[in-house]
Ligand binder design. Structure first.
Ligand code: FAD
Length: 482
C-alpha cells in the first residue's frame, strides 16, 4: 500500500529547516503533497493586511518554483481549511498530515479544532505538528514562580544560553505530485491590489527563501560588525531587514542563530561579539513578543496594563489622516510614515518615534496606529506589532513608562544629525540646513525662503505644539495612573 503525506505550508514558506516537510521526507512516504490553503477569514480580525498580501503572493510564487525545481509542485486551495484538508485527504489517500505550529490566538484555536476533528473523523491519519517558528515554545519558559514573563531582560537571560537544534537540511528531491490533484492558480487568491501602489515593495524586496538568505548574507558582510552603533540611525542600512522573512518563515530563527554563530566564529576582535549579542537579543525580542501574545491573547486589542482601559484618548480623524499621510509638519514623523507607505517597512527608531507621537502628542489610541501598521507593513506580525505598540503607548509588557515621551525633533537631531533620512523621504525640505531640518517651524524666515520652504504651503505647519501636547499627555496620564 502506497503511503502519502500532506505537508501543510502556512507561515513556513521555505524548504530548508522545515520540520514538517522533513518529517514527510524522512518518513519514507512515496507521495508527498505540499499544500497551501488560503483562509484569511480564519484569522478573525487579524487577517493579513494589504502589504502582507503582496508579500504572500510573491513568496508563494517563489515556493512554487522551488518545489518544481525539486520535482514536486505546490497545491493551492481556498479555505475553509477543514473542508480543504478533508478534500485533499480524500483525493490523495494521505495517511499523514504534518504542519509547523503558529501562535496567534485564532490560529491556535483553529488548529486545535482541526486536529481533534481529524482525530475523530480520520483516526487512521497520523497527525503531527512541529516547532519551527520560535526557538522556544512559549509554554516552555516561565519565571521561578511558574508564571509568564512580562519583562524582557530576565526572559532573555533564562533562554539565551539554552541549546537550540541544528537547522534541518533542504530535501535534495521530492516525489512528483499526482496530476489528478488539482491546484488553484496563484492569481485566483487575488492577493495583489487592483491599483498599482505596490511598486515600492517590489523595488525594495525579494520575497522568498533565496531572498531571505541573500539578506542575511548581506547583513553579515556589510552591517553586522557595527550593528549596535548603526541600528539606531535610519539613514544607514545598519540592521538586517529580516523581519518580513522571519514573519513568513522564509528563514527560521534557528537558521539565523546558527549562521550568525558560524560567522562569529570566523571573526576576530571582542567588539564584534557585542554587536552580535545585541542583534541576537533582538531575535530574542521576537521570542518575547510571542511569549507575551501566547500568555495574554487579548493584547492585540486590550492594553496589558488595565489602567489604560480608561485613558482619555482623543478622537481626531483629521490628525490621524495627517499622521498616516506623513503630513504632520514634524519632519521625522513624516519621513517615517512616508518610508512605510513607499516600501512597506519602517526603521525601528521611527516606529518608536511615530508611535509615541500618535499616542502621546496626538493622544490617539494605540489600536488605531496598530491597525495602520497592520495594513501597510510587509512584516506586520501580530506578536511583534502588538508588543511594539503597547511598548510605545506605555501600557504593555516591559513598556517604556508613559512619561517617557519621545521628542521627534530631538530624535531627528540625535539619530539623523545630517538630516539624510528626512531629505530622502521629505524632499520638499531637502535644501534646509542641518540645523533647521528637524524643526523648520523654528527656522528664520530667510532660511526658509532660501530653501524654498513655505510652511503651510510647500510643507505643513506642525499639527500640534510638541511642548503643549506633551504636557496635555502627562495630565491625561495623571487621570489613570493610580
Ligand atoms: C510600534 C512598533 C511596531 C512594530 N511592529 C512590528 C511588526 O509588525 N513586525 C515586526 O517584525 N516587528 C515590528 N516591530 C519591531 C521592529 O521595529 C522590527 O522588527 C524591526 O524594525 C525590523 O527590522 P530588522 O529586521 O532590520 O531588525 P533587526 O534589528 O535586524 O532585528 C532582527 C530581528 O529581530 C526581531 N526584532 C527586532 N526588534 C524587535 C522588537 N522590538 N520586537 C520584536 N522583534 C524584534 C525582528 O524579527 C527582526 O527582523 C515594531 C516595533 C514598534 C516600535
Amino acid at each position: 500500500m502506497k503511503q502519502r503525506a500532506l505537508v501543510w505550508f502556512r507561515r513556513d514558506l521555505r524548504l530548508a529547516d522545515n520540520p514538517a516537510l522533513r518529517a514527510a521526507v524522512d518518513g519514507g512516504y512515496d507521495g508527498i503533497v505540499p499544500v497551501f490553503i488560503h483562509a484569511p477569514d480564519e484569522e478573525g480580525d487579524w487577517a493579513p493586511g494589504s502589504a502582507q498580501n503582496v508579500w504572500l503572493h510573491e513568496s508563494l510564487s517563489a515556493l512554487s518554483a522551488a518545489l518544481e525545481a525539486l520535482g514536486s509542485r505546490l497545491i493551492i486551495r481556498q479555505g475553509p481549511t477543514e473542508d480543504a484538508i478533508d478534500a485533499l485527504i480524500e483525493e490523495s489517500g494521505a495517511s499523514a498530515l504534518f504542519w509547523n505550529r503558529l501562535y496567534e490566538p485564532k490560529l491556535r484555536e483553529r488548529d486545535d479544532q482541526l486536529a481533534s476533528r481529524i482525530a475523530t473523523d480520520h483516526p487512521d491519519i497520523g497527525l503531527e505538528s512541529f516547532q519551527a517558528h520560535l526557538l522556544n515554545e512559549p509554554w516552555d519558559v516561565e519565571t521561578r514562580q511558574g508564571s509568564p514573563y512580562k519583562v524582557f531582560t530576565p526572559f532573555w537571560k533564562a533562554i539565551k544560553d539554552r541549546g537550540i537544534r541544528q537547522p534541518l537540511p533542504r530535501p535534495a528531491a521530492l516525489p512528483d505530485v499526482w496530476s489528478r490533484i488539482g491546484s488553484l492558480e496563484l492569481d485566483a487568491l487575488q492577493l495583489l491590489p487592483d491599483i498599482n501602489w505596490d511598486e515600492g515593495i517590489r523595488e525594495n524586496w525579494q520575497p522568498g527563501e533565496d531572498g531571505a538568505h541573500d539578506r542575511l548574507e548581506t547583513f553579515l558582510a556589510d552591517a553586522a560588525e557595527h550593528y549596535d552603533n548603526d541600528r539606531d540611525h535610519p539613514a544607514v542600512a545598519g540592521t538586517s531587514y529580516l523581519s518580513p522573512y522571519l514573519h513568513w518563515g522564509e528563514i527560521s530563527p534557528f537558521q539565523v542563530m546558527h549562521r550568525t554563530e558560524e560567522w562569529l566564529a570566523e571573526q576576530s576582535g571582542g567588539a564584534v561579539h557585542e554587536h552580535m549579542a545585541s542583534f541576537q537579543s533582538e531575535v530574542g525580542w521576537r521570542e518575547f513578543s510571542h511569549h507575551v501574545l501566547y500568555h495574554f491573547p487579548k493584547t492585540p486589542d486590550m492594553p496589558l496594563d488595565s489602567r489604560f482601559e480608561s485613558f482619555p484618548w482623543r478622537h481626531s480623524e483629521q490628525d490621524f489622516k495627517a499622521w498616516t499621510a506623513g503630513r504632520t509638519g514634524i519632519p521625522m514623523v513624516d519621513a517615517g510614515m512616508r518610508e512605510l507607505w513607499s516600501t512597506g517597512y519602517m526603521h525601528n527608531r521611527l516606529r518608536m518615534t511615530v508611535a509615541s507621537f500618535l499616542t502621546k502628542n496626538l493622544r490617539i489610541a494605540w489600536q488605531h496606529g496598530e491597525r495602520w501598521f497592520w495594513d501597510t507593513l510587509v512584516d506586520a506580525d501580530l506578536a511583534n506589532n502588538t508588543l511594539g505598540w503597547q511598548w510605545a503607548a506605555g501600557c504593555g509588557a516591559d513598556a517604556a513608562p508613559f512619561f517617557r515621551i519621545f521628542n521627534p525633533a530631538r530624535q531627528g537631531e540625535r539619530f539623523d544629525a545630517k538630516g539624510e533620512y528626512v531629505r530622502r523621504w521629505v524632499p520638499e525640505l531637502s535644501d534646509l540646513p542641518n540645523k533647521h531640518i528637524h524643526k523648520p517651524w523654528d527656522a528664520p524666515d530667510d532660511v526658509l525662503e532660501n530653501a524654498g520652504v513655505t510652511l503651510g504651503d510647500t510643507y505643513p505647519k506642525p499639527i500640534v505644539d510638541l511642548k503643549v501636547s506633551r504636557r496635555n499627555a502627562l495630565e491625561a496620564f495623571d487621570q489613570v495612573k493610580n
